[in-house]
Design a binder for this molecule. Structure first.
Ligand code: UTP
Length: 289
């Protein structure tokens, strides 16, 4: 019997060095794409996949992240007084069920695997999703919903994957692939950031995962991998052979918002997808090409 997927972990404790000075006092995940912070896109995507409980693994800049999902009494009272209904409407997506969101602290950013291990008490014995908020996916069906549907089909672990240029394999977690029907691919091995010559394929994992709780036992060994960090990819690799493990070629476009160019591209793509902004953005774009 498959357990239902109800929990999500959102690691937001990285240093965000590529966005300094913006990330000096604030987590990278509070950076907005158009008018919404990255973390809110991730929470909304998780909700759309049936997630009911959220755990943010935080480092510096926790206050803004936590307050973003709290009720802002003074602000709301002022908006109500001034009859600013459209502004009040904009706050709706920031309210979560009371008691549904917890934070844990990763005091030292020792890697993504370590960040996930920090959420072990929250995860318990349940399957859980991971969303890296700096990976933003523009799609018809929210990316995590596609993964949750695949999990209901296959059981076990499912990660979102996309083909990357071979010369970029050293930036990502890369799959060694087995049976492949063009949508779902059996994962036979995982390598973090392999050099192009050593990469077993050019199929890379993006920041959306559905994992079984057994991964925590492997991460607990605190083995250091690429970049001398505790890598989630290495922990996941240990599950292969013991549990089903699939990659899902999701429908949609991923934007790496942890990278300046990816972040700028996301601004344009998300603005063009908005009926209230598309025409105005389309009108100014030619000036810059
Ligand atoms: P990145 O590899 O993008 O690192 O992390 P970073 O520190 O956030 O950014 P740069 O490279 O210095 O600019 C991928 C995800 O893993 C989280 C980050 O918050 C991000 O969501 N992470 C990474 C942690 O939570 N803890 C870590 O120790 C490392």
């Amino acid at each position: 019997m498959k357990k239902p997927l109800r929990k999500a972990v959102l690691p937001v404790a990285g240093l965000g060095t590529r966005f300094l000075p913006a990330t000096k006092a604030m987590a990278k995940e509070m950076l907005p794409v158009v008018d919404k912070p990255l973390i809110q896109y991730a929470i909304e995507e998780a909700r759309a996949a049936g997630i009911e409980q959220f755990c943010m693994v935080t480092g510096r800049g926790k206050t803004a992240l936590v307050e973003h999902f709290d009720i802002a009494f003074e602000l709301e009272a002022t908006l109500r007084q001034r009859n600013r209904l459209e502004a009040m409407e904009a706050l709706k997506g920031t309210i979560v069920e009371p008691g549904s969101m917890v934070t844990v602290r990763q005091q030292v950013p020792m890697g993504l695997g370590h960040a996930i291990w920090c959420a072990r008490a929250f995860i318990g014995d349940d399957p859980f999703a991971i969303l890296l908020p700096d990976d933003l996916v523009l799609s018809r069906t929210p990316c995590l919903k596609q993964l949750a549907d695949a999990y209901n089909e296959t059981g076990g672990n499912v990660v979102a994957v996309v083909e990357v240029p071979r010369e970029h394999t050293n930036r990502y977690g890369i799959l060694k692939t087995g049976a492949d029907d063009g949508r779902l691919v059996e994962v036979q091995g995982l390598v973090e950031k392999p050099a192009p010559a050593d990469a077993p394929s050019n199929l890379s994992i993006i920041g959306r995962y559905v994992l079984m709780p057994e991964v925590i036992g492997h991460l607990a060994k605190m083995e250091r991998g690429a970049g001398n960090e505790v890598q989630l990819t290495d922990g996941m690799a240990k599950l292969i052979g013991n549990q089903p493990f699939h990659g899902l070629r999701y429908e949609g476009t991923r934007f790496d918002c942890g990278d300046k160019v990816g972040f700028l591209e996301a601004q344009i793509a998300f603005a063009l997808a908005r009926p209230d902004l598309a025409a105005a953005v389309r009108a100014f774009l030619p000036k810059y090409s």
